[in-house]
Write a protein that binds this ligand. Structure first.
Ligand code: URA
Length: 266
């Protein structure tokens, strides 16, 4: 059984109002627990089994929430910031207070950002050991060459802070008149400014960057920058599956290594 929560805390966690607004609603008799009006904010609620209504509408506290956001340029990937608009400011429906973005996109980067309160899943998706694929679309100054594809494939020494793992670079278009290229890049890690730094290592500048996917989660084409939606059950289980699968592969890998070691020691 889940931990019991105070009624006012339960409601404020759902994001429908501030704790003081909620206390007023409770005192006014607008809140019912399992069909009966309750007037004490301290009343205990079992989130698994109790039904809470406000003004007759059921209010459920989902244990875990998952949103896909098409991050626009100009907002920061943080939960709060005293000067800048954050990605959480864009989730405009009532929302839990413990949501956070899974990883960071630069302020000028657009595209797929997962917002959740599922800490273990976020940790797995971001873990360098899991190598979850991230696919980016970018516009680049200059004409990207086949030789650069090979350099990305081999793994680049970017600078003292970053040696990038092998990555798949695809040239989508080059335009000799404007001297620009459009590319798709698949990387398996997510270090600070990774894509921009990888291109800098081959003397190129990224002029526009958008994340298209993260593991099995693909940005919806109909979501315009700034728009969001809840993930579907199948998207959530695909994410859980990919992180578990990668773990299994790692364990199998270690088991394989162990057998190898055993073989060589005899
Ligand atoms: N790589 C970058 O350089 N910036 C991002 O926002 C994401 C990946």
């Amino acid at each position: 059984m889940k931990q019991l929560l105070r009624l006012d805390r339960y409601l404020s966690e759902t994001g429908i109002g501030t704790r003081s607004e909620i206390k007023i609603w409770i005192r006014k008799g607008l809140v019912a627990l399992n069909g009966g009006v309750v007037k004490s904010p301290e009343t205990k609620v079992n989130p698994d089994t109790d039904e809470v209504t406000v003004n007759g509408s059921p209010i459920r506290l989902e244990a875990l929430e998952y949103y896909m956001l098409n991050k626009p340029a100009g907002v920061v990937s943080a939960t709060e910031d005293c000067r800048e608009k954050t990605v959480l400011d864009l989730i405009t429906q009532p929302k839990r207070k413990d949501l956070f973005p899974v990883g960071r996109l630069d302020k000028d980067t657009e595209g797929l950002l997962l917002i959740t309160n599922d800490g273990p899943l976020a940790h797995s998706l971001l873990s360098p050991k899991k190598h979850v694929d991230k696919v980016y679309y970018a516009r680049i100054d200059g004409l990207v060459t086949e030789q650069e594809i090979r350099r990305f494939e081999e793994g680049l020494v970017v600078d003292s802070g970053l040696t990038a793992l092998p990555a798949r670079l695809e040239i989508l278009k080059t335009n000799a008149d404007t001297g620009t290229s459009e590319i798709r890049l698949t990387i398996h890690e997510g270090k600070f400014h990774q894509v921009k730094r990888m291109f800098e290592a081959v003397d190129r500048k990224v002029t526009y960057l958008k994340r298209l996917s993260m593991g099995p989660l693909v940005l919806d084409e109909i979501l315009r920058p700034g728009e969001f939606r809840k993930l579907t059950e199948s998207e959530i289980s695909a994410l859980q599956h990919v992180t578990a699968e990668k773990e299994q592969t790692k364990e199998e890998h270690e088991k394989g290594d162990f057998h190898e070691r055993k073989k060589t020691s005899f």
